[in-house]
Design a protein around this ligand. Structure first.
Ligand code: SAM
Length: 258
């Protein structure tokens, strides 16, 4: 039987790797890498470092181009666009399993952060398995997510005592506004800086970019206009300097206030 491990490698710091991840990497015959084009230098560099330190020698690396994704679609067209992209990604994974992994071998995907959070690897593998064209088993090794990295670096919690938390995207926050229920809202994948529209509403923001890396930036405080402008400026400067940015933030509403 062919085996696949989906290994969370943490959110940017090589020391985020768990002992379980190190062991899984050491047991891998072939690593499957998606070539994402953008951001590639820094992200690929972390993966190279991890392989140099923890993979057994020799090992194989199979690279496939990540299918292009239409991120411009307006919301009603967004779900079909994602479905189509997932299907094409599953096609690429299917080829990897069929062509690059021999019977009895172990392949691995090194997934940024935790594979359970805003990552399509598991959905794509499920789709490949459901097609029935390739016989394989798969397991997941959890990783330190950017959300864990964010709260740790700000020395805060994800939720207030006994209170709910929501994790959402910048796109949803911008379109739907602040949700009524949860007191704490984590926002990821925010290219629009949706926090800016929420200044002056009694929220506290904990913002982090390039968490766990030497370029890490942290800003926090009551979300007034001055802080919103400052985060936007810092974010824009960093993005211009590096050519890409990854940032996440937690919006905290003091418990009980709507
Ligand atoms: C496609 S999601 C992947 C999340 C990942 N699976 C995880 O567990 O963190 C990518 C988003 O995660 C967040 N992110 C990932 N790594 C980050 C980092 N080192 N610093 C800040 N945000 C990060 C950003 O919001 C980014 O847009």
């Amino acid at each position: 039987m062919k085996r696949i491990q989906v290994i969370g490698i943490g959110a940017g710091d090589p020391e985020h790797l768990t002992l379980q991840a190190v062991r899984a990497i050491g047991a891998t015959d072939v690593f499957f890498l998606l070539d994402k084009g953008e951001e590639k230098d820094d992200l690929a560099a972390l993966r190279r470092t991890i392989l140099a330190e923890h993979a057994r020698q020799p090992h194989r690396v199979a690279v496939v181009p990540d299918p292009a994704r239409d991120r411009t679609a307006a919301t009603p067209a967004y779900a079909p666009a994602v479905d189509d992209w997932r299907r094409r990604r599953a096609d690429a994974y299917e080829r990897l399993v069929l062509d690059e992994l021999a019977e009895g071998e172990c392949g691995a995907f090194l997934v940024w952060g935790d594979p359970a959070l805003y990552d399509s690897t598991l959905a794509a593998l499920e789709e490949v398995h459901a097609r029935g064209t390739a016989d394989f088993t798969w397991a997941v090794v959890p990783g330190v997510s950017s959300v864990s990295a964010l709260t740790a670096r700000h020395r805060t919690t994800l939720n207030q005592v006994g209170r709910p938390v929501r994790i959402t995207t910048g796109r949803r926050l911008a379109e739907e506004g602040l949700p009524d229920g949860p007191d704490d809202i984590v926002v990821m994948l925010d290219a629009r800086q949706a926090f800016a529209a929420l200044a002056g509403r009694g929220l506290h923001i904990y913002w982090g970019a390039y968490l766990g890396t030497p370029d890490e930036i942290l800003l926090s405080g009551p979300l007034d206009t001055a802080l919103a402008v400052r985060i936007s400026q810092v974010r824009e400067e960093a993005r211009a300097r590096k050519g890409w940015i990854m940032d996440t933030y937690l919006l905290r509403r003091p418990a009980g206030r709507q």
